[in-house]
Design a protein around this ligand. Sequence first.
Ligand code: HEC
Length: 81
Amino acid sequence: MKNTRKIRTFATALVFAGLVASVGHAQDAEHGKSVFKACSVCHSTDKTNRVGVGLEGIVGRLAGTSPGFRYSKAMKDAGMI
Ligand code: HEC
C-alpha cells in the first residue's frame, strides 16, 4: 500500500532525525512508540477499523472523514485537520 509505505518512510525519517538531533529525541521516539501501545487497543496504523478508526493517512486529513467508520456527530462536525 502506497500510504503505508509513506507512513513507514515518515516514521523512519523521524527516528533518524531524532538520532541526528540528539539522543534525547531518539528517546522521545521510543517513548512515543510505547505510549501508542495504549492507542493500538482501539486503533490500527493501517486502514483497519477496530473500536477506533484505522489511523493510516490521518496526518493532514480532515477529522471524522475516514470512509466506512461511524463517527459521533461531534467528531464529524469538528472541522479540524
Ligand atoms: C478505547 C478506545 C480508544 C483508545 C484507547 C484510543 N482511541 Fe482514538 N478514537 C476512538 C474512537 C471510538 C474514535 C472516534 C470518536 C468519535 O467518533 O467521536 C477515536 C478517534 C480518534 C482520532 C480521530 C480520527 C479521525 O479519523 O478523525 C484520532 C486521531 C485518535 N482517535 C487517536 C488516538 C490516539 C493517538 C490514541 C492514544 C493516545 C487513541 N486515539 C486512543 C477510540 C479510542
